[in-house]
Design a protein. Sequence first.
Length: 264
Amino acid sequence: MRDPLAEPSDLIRSVSRALRVLESVGRAPRGLTVKQIARRCELTVATTYHLVRTLAYEGYVIRREDGTYIVGLEIADRYRELVSAFRGPPAVGEALRRSALDTGYTHYLGRFVGGRIAVTASAEGARSPFVDDMAPGFDEGGHATALGKALLATLTPDQRARYLRDYGMRQFTPATLITPEALEADLSAGERRGMQIEMGQFRQGLACAAVLVVADRDIERRLVLACSLPAAEMLTSARVVRAKLTAAARNVAEALSAGESATA
């Protein structure tokens, strides 16, 4: 599990400041002036001006006609590269898309990234409600999604407790489990069931199921597959969902293994 990192002795201050500027601009979709950026980042206007000009030159921020700055297109390129790297070999993405097409349910891959739960790939299914919060990179609701539960279930009780202390148990709906004790009981039930599930805990009317694809001693290499569907369908089709999800997990594991062998 990730522990708080001490500041490195060789920290490059200008890089750190530039990233703070980029984060500040990214949190302001309407744009910020140099003076506003400086105030938010606690930097001098002169320093901020030089950092912003450099970021604009590299394409990471864009200056608009009114003098404000917004995030540049280079950020989108880096995001696409990140998603591609997380998704793995092309065959993995294809296996994900086939499962979504076969079932009509949106499918997701998830893993620990930097010690945090993240969605690393997805394939939309026509019968699943759209959930924009579950785009690749999401990591805020591990205790409330089946994908997150499947990953949390691979941790030791101490590691789980530390994760929950670090990232909390936000209540998304009235059904969200907000105590470690309730989550532990739910995870145990999922282990016996052979599939972690949630119904209306992340979004009302939505259900999610997840199974483990890759088990590894290194938590960053553990991979889970999840699908989302209307909660009413989960009530009547849980066994079918488990069978199809388990088969899809085998296909993803085979695609991942074949891709790794090809690049070895």
